[in-house]
Write a protein of this length. Structure first.
Length: 116
């Protein structure tokens, strides 16, 4: 028998949360494996340090119920400093830096396209 009503809605929400978690995990892991650097408040960090910092921010916003999509994670936790308001940057092998929000959104689009 197929789930109905509240059961179906709960199952859909659970699947959606799993997809969002998988997308965010992918973004964080890609930051680590890309060998790109991450700039936060004027200092450059490796991917592992960036991931650690962003996980702390992710946890904070999740506790507040503010992250529901990979895009909201990027907007709230991974695009700028909560203290200074300064945009985070990502710099890869070509030496050019870009705002982390742009880099992460590009990677998210690539990931979603590859998943189809």
């Amino acid at each position: 028998m197929a789930p109905t009503g509240a059961t179906a809605a709960a199952m859909a929400a659970s699947v959606d949360k799993a997809i969002v978690k998988r997308e965010i995990d992918h973004l964080l892991q890609t930051l680590v494996t890309s060998k790109c650097e991450f700039n936060r408040n004027g200092s450059w960090y490796g991917g592992a340090d960036a991931k650690s910092h962003l996980i702390k921010k992710y946890d904070y916003f999740m506790l507040r119920g503010e992250i529901s999509t990979a895009e909201s994670f990027i907007e709230l936790a991974a695009s700028k400093s909560s203290l200074s308001g300064q945009a985070y940057l990502v710099k890869c092998a070509d030496g050019k830096s870009m705002e982390s929000a742009v880099w992460l959104k590009q990677e998210l689009a690539r990931y979603r396209g590859a998943a189809k």
